[in-house]
Design a protein around this ligand. Structure first.
Ligand code: NAD
Length: 445
């Protein structure tokens, strides 16, 4: 099939490339000329494992191209996929300016029947709005379809090729059948719904996952106070198939470009129809507070942070991506600096993107995990990159002024810590130090 994807961000680029790999002819469009220039030069504007190779392969095989010219790209396509950003506006609602602009640009370029499919996460009713905008600017026939995207940064290619399900929100059989044909090579778990339900499935799914995270974080906070261990509690809960093991990792809360904005948008969507989504408001509040628990632990262990050096491991909102949008690091680091700390930071891939959001003279940019530890009064792990899991803790400890480790993602086991002199603070687990004998071999950790 002939596809055009509007927006070459995390979703548009990965989807476009994967669809081309399935044998479709794909044109990826972006209005950001720099991104397109990079892609034309064989560079990739985002960090996603395996993406560069897949782009190269499909460009060489002639199925994938990049352009800033939306008009030609739309005219070539049978299906136009909108994958532009829908960031949060100050009110919490989704900002639809990029969607509306893309709709207008598609409309004036139409030269015959096309499907206009929206992958961007958009509030209920947005696809109908797209239909109105396009319909006002063209006489050509078209159908709108909602195909919400569920890929995760860090495993985006795998998620695209092996989705749990595909949701197609269509208005008629013709459009539904074309979209089924496009997605059938990926999975047979395709659910066809009306357009509004498809839009709602995306928000409801993200809200549910965010709820699971805030729930386990609150249980973790209670565990700390009652002397239970959240790792064991989560394992015991997760084995119940009605609950499931995923999204039960306690930590410093969710971030990224989706959960924070999508939960706020759903609260607004509900509010617009005079429904107070109390549960989701609490989920957001809990998440916001959770990231500051690591700061409290630093204060508990160091006293005043004035003049202290705090090492930070990890800046991206999760491992295997360079995305720092709404990352906890963007709030924690400025707060530490505000409390008088000097901050040494390292992330395997997200340093440049973080620096573009926040830079300060109190930050020392390091080139590795060990350099961060040198002369630090405490270390604080914010992103669970594999590289940090594999550090030699004894070697790290030797570099530091004081052996204090605040693990915001529960990366290390108590057994690993017992072999060191660290004072170890994690989330929802008892504080550990070498004075406490390790007597937990019999537990399922
Ligand atoms: P992004 O910000 O990384 O990329 C969006 C791209 O669209 C940018 O490159 C921008 O230049 C381009 N763009 C905007 N308007 C344009 C126009 N008129 N013509 C051409 N290009 C245009 O965004 P993203 O993270 O890929 O997210 C896109 C959508 O998918 C959002 O609605 C998001 O909520 C949703 N989503 C994202 C993820 C994720 O993990 N990032 C997962 C599922 C769904």
């Amino acid at each position: 099939m002939k596809l055009t994807v509007i927006g070459t961000g995390y979703v548009g680029l990965v989807s476009g490339v994967c669809f081309s790999d399935l044998g479709n002819d794909v044109i990826c469009v972006d209005k950001d000329a720099k991104k397109i220039e990079m892609l034309l030069n064989g560079e990739v504007p985002i960090y996603e494992l395996g993406l560069k190779e897949l782009i190269e392969k499909n460009r060489i095989e002639g199925r994938l191209s990049f352009t800033t010219d939306i008009s030609v790209a739309v005219q070539e396509a049978e299906i136009v996929i909108i994958a532009v950003g829908t960031p949060q506006s100050p009110s919490g609602e989704a900002n639809l300016q990029f969607i509306e602009q893309a709709a207008r640009e598609i409309a004036v370029a139409l030269n015959g029947y096309k499907i206009i499919a929206t992958k961007s996460t958009v509030p209920v009713g947005t696809n109908e709005r797209i239909k109105t905008i396009v319909g006002e600017l063209t006489d050509h026939p078209f159908d709108i379809v909602s195909v919400p995207e569920f890929l995760r940064e860090g495993s985006a290619i795998k998620d695209t090729f092996h989705p749990d399900r595909i949701v197609i929100g269509a208005e008629n059989k013709r459009a539904a059948e074309m979209m089924i044909e496009l997605h059938q090579p990926l999975t047979n778990k395709i659910i066809v719904t009306d357009v509004r339900s498809a839009e709602m499935i995306k928000y409801a799914s993200n809200a549910f996952l965010a709820t699971k995270i805030s729930f386990i974080n609150e249980i973790a906070n209670i565990c700390e106070k009652v002397g239970a261990d959240i790792t064991l509690v989560a394992r015991g809960m997760g084995l119940d198939r009605r609950i499931g093991e995923s999204f039960l990792n306690a930590g410093i809360g969710y971030g990224g470009s989706c959960f924070p904005k999508d939960t706020n948008a759903l609260i607004q969507i509900a509010g617009n129809v005079e429904y107070d989504f109390k549960l989701l408001r609490s989920v957001v509040e809990v998440n916001q507070m959770q990231r500051f628990n690591v700061i409290q632990k630093l204060v508990d262990s160091l006293g005043s942070l004035e003049g202290k050096t705090v090492g930070i491991w990890g800046l991206s909102f999760k491992p295997n991506t360079d995305d720092v949008r709404e990352a906890p690091s963007l709030e924690i680091i400025p707060a530490l600096i505000g409390m008088g700390a000097k901050v040494k930071v390292y992330d395997p891939v997200a340093m440049d993107k973080f620096r573009a959001f926040f830079n300060h003279e109190s930050i020392v940019w390091c080139s590795g995990a060990i350099e961060v530890a040198e002369s630090a009064d405490a270390l604080c792990l914010l992103t669970e990159w594999e590289e940090f899991r594999n550090v030699n803790l004894q070697q790290i400890e030797k570099q530091m002024n004081q052996p204090i480790l605040v693990d915001g993602r529960n990366v290390f086991s108590h057994k690993e810590i017992a072999d060191t002199g660290f004072y170890y603070y994690s989330v929802g687990r008892p504080m550990m130090n070498s004075l406490q004998p390790y007597d937990r071999e019999f537990l399922s950790v």
